[in-house]
Write a protein that binds this ligand. Structure first.
Ligand code: ADP
Length: 306
């Protein structure tokens, strides 16, 4: 059984915009899964459907085997959701927000209070427990939303752009916290348009663009696919004919620019050595933008990621 199983999911908004055009995904229990894609790709729509904020136009979703069309309340209770936009009652203090949230899920008051205190502590908000939420900083509110998603202790946590607009320090803190949760067995799904975030955290990922999945793979495979580096080499003097190089593939961009692609284990010294042997003097060398971004651009045929 999967944590999340989505089959041919479709969403057409009023006005006819097709935000999801047949998405199928399986996310295993215990996975750390990233949904990547540029703004407008359909990530929030997908999450919105899973947690019943958005009505799907077609397809099926199962949360730990429970079909959302058949038993939405039960399916929903298995999820903790951290939305992208702040949606906290800013007039209530954090402790109360968490106790109320646990209450919605039927957690008895005494347990709710214990858990609320425990999650405030875990997220570094203990001393803000009774401060009105409107007085919290943006970073604190974000952590509070994470605590709120966890207080009914769902097996699956879904976060929509959890670190959009947060500073580097808080990003690290959130990353560490999520890594610990996942290590303790929670299934985590996050959306992001930060490629580094997916790279730092996830085990499996899907890249979504214009409502379709363009790639669904493991991070390991993806990085192996990316384990080659392309260097752009400007030559000091134009060369008339591209020399034959057996160590690595080289293409000529123009008479004084080459692109050489090194494989894993080949380092840039080899590039210099070989070019030197071919009596080509290097004027400058730089790494062509690569990695996930490059791959995304190749897969979608787009010119830029965002
Ligand atoms: P992402 O989360 O990947 O940025 P969204 O799921 O928010 O993408 O949006 C996907 C597409 O659907 C976008 O083109 C967006 O403008 C459109 N969209 C999102 N919400 C609505 C809505 N409530 N009504 C109409 N169009 C919407």
């Amino acid at each position: 059984m999967y944590a999340i199983e989505v089959e041919d999911l479709r969403k057409t908004y009023h006005g006819g915009h097709e935000a999801l055009r047949g998405i199928s995904l399986k996310i295993a229990k215990g996975d750390f899964f990233a949904l990547l894609g540029p703004n407008g790709a359909g990530k929030s729509t997908l999450i919105g459907i899973l947690c019943s904020l958005v009505r799907k136009t077609g397809g099926r979703c199962r949360i730990l085997g429970i079909d959302i069309d058949q038993n939405m309340p039960q399916a929903k209770s298995l999820l903790g959701i951290v939305p992208q936009e702040f949606n906290l009652n800013i007039f209530e203090p954090p402790l109360q927000i968490l106790i109320n949230q646990a209450g919605y899920y039927g957690v008895p008051p005494r347990v709710a209070r214990q858990r609320a205190e425990q999650y405030l502590e875990k997220l570094g908000l203990k001393d803000k427990a009774k401060t009105p939420t409107r007085m919290l900083s943006g970073g604190m509110k974000r952590r509070l939303m994470i605590a709120r998603a966890l207080v009914h202790e769902p097996p699956i946590l879904i976060l929509d752009e959890p670190t959009a607009g947060v500073d580097v320090e808080l990003r690290r803190l959130i990353w560490n916290f999520l890594t610990e949760l996942n290590a303790a067995g929670k299934t985590i799904v996050l959306t992001t348009h930060y490629l580094e975030e997916a790279e730092a955290l996830c085990r499996n990922l899907a890249i979504i663009d214009e409502g379709k999945i363009v790639l669904n793979t493991t991070k390991k495979k993806l990085l192996a696919q990316l384990a080659q580096r392309t260097y752009v080499v400007e030559l000091a003097r134009p060369c008339k004919k591209l020399p034959t190089i057996k160590e690595f593939p080289v293409v000529a961009v123009d008479a004084s620019t080459l692109e050489a692609t090194l494989q894993r284990g080949q380092d840039v010294h080899l590039l210099f050595k070989v070019l030197d042997r071919k009596q080509l003097t290097v004027h400058s060398i730089r790494e062509k933008t690569n990695r996930l971004e490059q791959l995304f651009l190749e897969l979608t045929g787009k010119k830029e990621f965002l």
